[in-house]
Design a protein around this ligand. Structure first.
Ligand code: PXP
Length: 237
């Protein structure tokens, strides 16, 4: 299983003071040298953390894989088509949310999403759709030509009762199998941390995890290099 690291919150900290430090570009280089197999940034429409400057420089400096997480809006789509990351992860985006709250409604937005996928494929950019672990959404993703799905692990990560944790883990596992049966790449992410990642890392059908907040939180105390290596040791196989 591969580990991609979301570095948005390095930019959140930088933007708190409006200067240059800490620079997400430097963070990406440290993550890669510590073993990350991809760098993820979410260019939000409100630019609350990652900026256009970050994406453009990262395109030149990231040597593993750049995954641009984004809404399928015209403005951001034009940037993606110009910057040409290896991969785009399409997510729903609401201005008032703290972080991406739910998966895409692929069934309800199939026309718009299919058009975005076609344009991105025109530039050889792989497309992943961030979906809840629900069979119908995974099937709809395959129907409209997505290369991969990223299964939303937020509900699993937030669950506290053992029974609920088990049920939500089951949903992620079954969804991963279903995605693979349909020929999709299967990634997962959101809310994963050093404790809850183990059970997800045991799901053989998941190709890659996308993890941000927990690694950046640990990095404040332990350093980024160590925080990445500790997570990589739990995830990679
Ligand atoms: N995957 C997607 C689609 C996300 O929106 C996020 C949050 O930016 C992540 C993964 C990473 O989540 P976390 O920061 O909770 O690890």
């Amino acid at each position: 299983m591969k580990l991609s690291i979301n570095i948005d919150h390095v930019a959140t900290l930088r933007n708190a003071r409006g200067g240059m430090d800490p620079d997400p570009v430097a963070a990406a280089a440290i993550c890669e040298s510590a073993g990350a197999q991809g760098i993820v940034v979410h260019l939000r429409e409100d630019r609350r953390h990652i900026t256009d400057r970050d994406v453009r420089i990262l395109r030149q400096t990231v040597s593993s894989k750049l995954d641009l997480e984004m809404a399928a809006s015209e403005e951001i789509l034009l940037i993606a088509l110009d910057v040409m990351p290896e991969m785009v992860t399409l997510v729903p985006e609401k201005r008032e949310e703290l972080t991406t709250e739910g998966g895409l409604d692929v069934i309800g937005h199939s026309t718009q999403l299919a058009a975005a996928i076609e344009r991105l494929h025109g530039k050889n950019i792989l497309v992943s759709l961030f979906v809840d672990p629900v069979a119908e959404q995974i099937e709809a993703s395959e129907n409209i030509g997505a290369d991969m799905v990223e299964l939303h692990t937020g509900a699993y990560a937030n669950a506290r009762e053992d029974n609920e944790v088990r049920q939500l883990l089951y949903a992620v596992r079954e969804s991963a199998k279903h995605g693979k049966r349909l020929g999709l790449g299967v990634n997962a992410g959101h809310g994963l941390n050093y404790r809850n990642v183990r059970a997800i890392a045991e799901i053989a059908e998941i190709d890659e995890l996308s993890i941000g907040h927990a690694i950046m939180s640990r990095a404040i105390f332990a350093g980024l290099d160590r925080a990445v290596k500790e997570m990589a040791a739990l995830v990679m196989r």
